[in-house]
Design a protein around this ligand. Structure first.
Ligand code: HGY
Ligand code: MN
Ligand code: MN
Length: 425
């Protein structure tokens, strides 16, 4: 890589390990849930590091943090990079943080190169990429895309078990106000096409394709998008022994039928990117000798092909109808997110590919099975994503691991891509 100095493995390792210390479940993976003590401390750490790296720091009304490296011509639309520092429960150290720490390092080596770049370049911590606290992901990038309003923020509530101040349920709106933000202004942070010249996110792959291919770099073609559904099944709570089988309205058996059929729908879909998971099931009353009267479960469906998600939703509707009729249970369905897959910008993809080729870095063009903030950034800016490998494909787990050398290589490619984008005038 000419001119721009190589990313420092040592600095990247130090920053990732330091950020990893802000954690509410030490010894059991890393948990940094949105706006809890641990995440607020992680935010403060990143802001401090941004300032130490000579970046101008600001935060918007939903808590997106911007660290800006000024270019020669700040009137031009900027170039963005960034990701998230919030986590799922008992997570690993690299999901999201690689894009924030790597983004900071990329801006640092661009700045230190002394090479002139026209457009400002910003590294961003997007608020709440994970749905952990409020049940909906990508809150900060969704708001930037104009798809999250102050009203939505009032409607989104947590279970009350995340705020250190009191145990009652809080809305995103309340929490933002308590942090000193003017949550009524959320709708004003919306960006429009043309406001951002291009955005590139560095992220771990969270799957095992790169490792399987023996490659260190992935170039994302499309981001699979989630469709999240809540299912409630109401049967009849009765005695497990005295109730004859033909009279039962067993909510859990009905749920089991739906869940297995959903798996078949995904297995028989055309695209390999179409997947379905039921990750949360709550059974009431949850006693050994009582027929479950009520079951609530969540469906997390993903695909790079919107038509396949729509087809599975159609099949689910007719399955719900038949299971509720045959088992005489009431089944209600609430779709809480139905996002469209996002295609990476062909120009940015070829920019990243050219830089890989010039530097003889083997790469794999691939679909991202996980969703990312770039999915919403794509609504107003052309985007690209660079993947680095996840060991054994493990992610959303304390054993998540990516070699620091691989992160530094991804950072070098990111720096060159951002630098070239910032000189497109
Ligand atoms: O679930 C996802 O794809 C992301 O990690 N939130
Ligand atoms: Mn994640
Ligand atoms: Mn992530």
């Amino acid at each position: 890589m000419n001119q721009i100095r190589q990313a420092s493995i040592k600095r990247i390792k130090k920053d990732l390990e330091a950020l990893g210390k802000y954690n509410s479940t030490p010894g059991q993976g890393i948990t940094r849930v949105l706006f809890t003590e641990a995440e607020l401390q992680g935010r403060a750490f990143i802001k401090e590091r941004m300032r130490e790296n000579g970046l101008e720091v600001r935060e918007d009304e939903i808590g997106n943090i911007f660290g800006r490296l000024s270019g020669e011509n700040s009137d031009l639309s900027p170039v963005w990079t960034g990701s998230h520092i919030d986590t799922v429960l008992n997570a690993g150290m690299f999901d999201g943080t690689v894009g924030v720490i790597g983004g900071m390092e990329a801006l640092r080596i661009i700045g230190e190169s002394g090479l002139k770049h026209q457009r400002d370049i910003a590294v961003i911590v997007y608020t709440s990429e994970e749905p952990t606290r409020f049940g909906l992901g990508c809150l900060g990038s969704r708001a930037l895309a104009g798809e999250l309003t102050a009203e939505d923020a009032r409607r989104l509530t947590d279970s009350g078990s995340f705020s250190s101040t009191d145990e009652r349920e809080s809305s995103l709106y309340d929490v933002l106000e308590r942090l000193g933000h003017d949550a009524s202004q959320i709708s004003n942070i919306k960006r429009n096409p043309g406001d951002v010249h291009g955005a590139v996110e560095l992220h771990i792959e969270q799957g095992a394709v790169l490792e399987h291919l023996g490659m260190k770099i992935g170039v994302v073609s499309t981001i699979s998008a989630p469709t999240d559904i809540k299912i409630k099944i109401q049967g009849t709570q009765e005695h497990a022994g005295a109730t004859p089988m033909h009279l039962r309205k067993d909510a859990l058996s009905a749920a089991a039928e739906l869940i297995l059929q959903l798996e078949n729908f995904a297995r028989s879909a055309e695209s390999k990117s179409t997947v379905v998971t039921v990750g949360k099931v709550a059974v009431f009353p949850g006693a050994t000798n009582v027929i479950p009267g009520e079951v609530n479960f969540t469906i997390d469906m993903r695909s790079a092909v919107m038509a396949e998600k729509k087809e599975i939703l159609r099949k689910l509707d007719s399955l719900v109808e038949s299971v509720s009729a045959i088992r005489r249970v009431k089944i209600t369905k609430e779709i809480t997110a139905h996002d469209a897959p996002a295609d990476a910008d062909p120009h940015i993809v070829s920019l990243i590919e050219n830089i890989c080729q010039e530097n003889k870095v083997a790469y794999n063009k691939m679909v991202s099975g996980a969703y990312h903030d770039s999915m919403f950034i794509s609504k107003f800016a052309p985007f690209g994503m660079i993947f680095v490998p996840s060991r054994k494909g493990i992610s959303h787990h304390m054993d998540e691991w990516t070699d620091f050398e691989d992160i530094a290589l991804g950072t070098d490619l990111l720096a060159h891509t951002l630098f070239q984008l910032s000189n497109e005038v």
